[in-house]
Ligand binder design. Structure first.
Ligand SMILES: Cc1cc2nc3c(=O)[nH]c(=O)nc-3n(C[C@H](O)[C@H](O)[C@H](O)COP(=O)(O)OP(=O)(O)OC[C@H]3O[C@@H](n4cnc5c(N)ncnc54)[C@H](O)[C@@H]3O)c2cc1C
Length: 273
């Protein structure tokens, strides 16, 4: 049984990058192709709705969805993902996922040698700016009013990163194409893309209500080989658990978890030592 209320993290993105078979597919087209393929496996039931509760009762788990549908299962795989907080920049929704991005690994390649603006507070913004030099030497870091100490300033200058301390008042462009950042005082900074550092949170607290232990970063801890959490029979895959937040890793972790779940059930049924 698959329960998915259909709000994937990359919903705003124009294309999936870094996953060869899905190159040039939108996230929606990728999910539709996956669902089509799943329909050929007759034993799979899909509920397009949110799971509100999962409880362990003896050796089984019972679940309930928001509309009150209920059921039970021998194992649970949590692939509930993350939700990102967009920075409060006027106009950001128009460009997000097209020319405004958060992940250099997903979208940096498209801006080789173009002018990239970075945005983010503290260490996260600093690290993001340095990282983007891998893709382009033309990086401007917008600190949004924050000051940088002299050491950092010198380091940035030596790397060729320009600093912009005036606050951003708006993002402007044509359609989904970002063209400029408007700054307080009326100045305008032309650019091809903006990358931002932001915070994110788990899209679901089911792992907490199930009693799964957290790792030191505060997300759900799991065995790196089997993806099993501290609660026997509960597994986790994708952005909900790990460090490399990409579709390919989510698929790999899902496969790992599926094999481990299958082996656990075979052992429970006495079919495997
Ligand atoms: C703007 C953007 C662009 C990106 N671009 C790329 C890219 O080009 N290439 C790449 O590899 N990665 C990209 N990523 C990262 C990628 O989106 C994630 O790594 C990937 O979606 C993780 O898959 P997942 O299955 O763990 O989570 P998700 O894809 O987020 O799916 C989780 C699903 O679980 C559902 N859900 C959550 N809680 C519940 C609940 N209680 N009940 C039922 N359903 C629930 C959600 O609604 C959602 O549909 C991008 C991310 C962002 C934000």
């Amino acid at each position: 049984v698959i329960c998915d209320d259909g709000k994937p993290r990359n919903a705003a993105s124009s294309r999936i990058h870094g996953l060869i078979p899905a190159a040039d597919l939108t996230p929606a087209a990728f999910r539709e192709a996956t669902r089509r393929s799943l329909r050929s496996y007759g034993e799979i039931t899909c509920h397009a709705e949110r799971v509100s509760r999962i409880e362990k009762q003896g050796s089984r788990f019972t679940y309930e969805t928001h509309t009150g549908a209920t059921g039970s299962a021998r194992s649970v795989l949590l692939a509930t993902g993350l939700v990102d907080t967009l920075p409060p920049l006027a106009g950001i929704e128009q460009f997000y996922g097209h020319t405004v991005h958060l992940c250099p690994y997903c979208d940096g390649y498209g801006y080789s040698d173009k002018h990239i603006v970075t945005y983010g507070k503290g260490e996260d913004g600093i690290n993001l700016s340095l990282m983007l030099l891998l893709w382009s030497p033309h990086v401007t870091y917008c600190t949004d009013g924050e000051d940088l100490d002299a050491t950092r300033r010198t380091h940035f200058e030596s790397k060729g990163i320009r600093l912009e301390q005036r606050r951003i008042t708006a993002l402007t462009g044509n359609g989904r194409t970002l063209q400029a950042i408007a700054l307080e005082g009326g100045a305008v900074l032309s650019c091809s893309a903006l990358f931002f550092a932001t915070s994110c949170r788990p899209a679901s607290d089911l792992w907490q209500t199930l009693g799964c232990a957290a790792d030191k970063r505060g997300s759900v801890a799991c065995d790196p080989l089997t993806c099993e959490t501290s609660v026997e029979g509960v597994y986790v895959a994708g952005d909900a658990s790990r460090d490399v937040l990409q579709v390919a890793s989510a698929l790999g972790e899902g496969t790992r978890a599926a094999v481990a779940i299958n082996k656990r059930l075979l052992r429970k049924d006495g079919l495997m030592p």
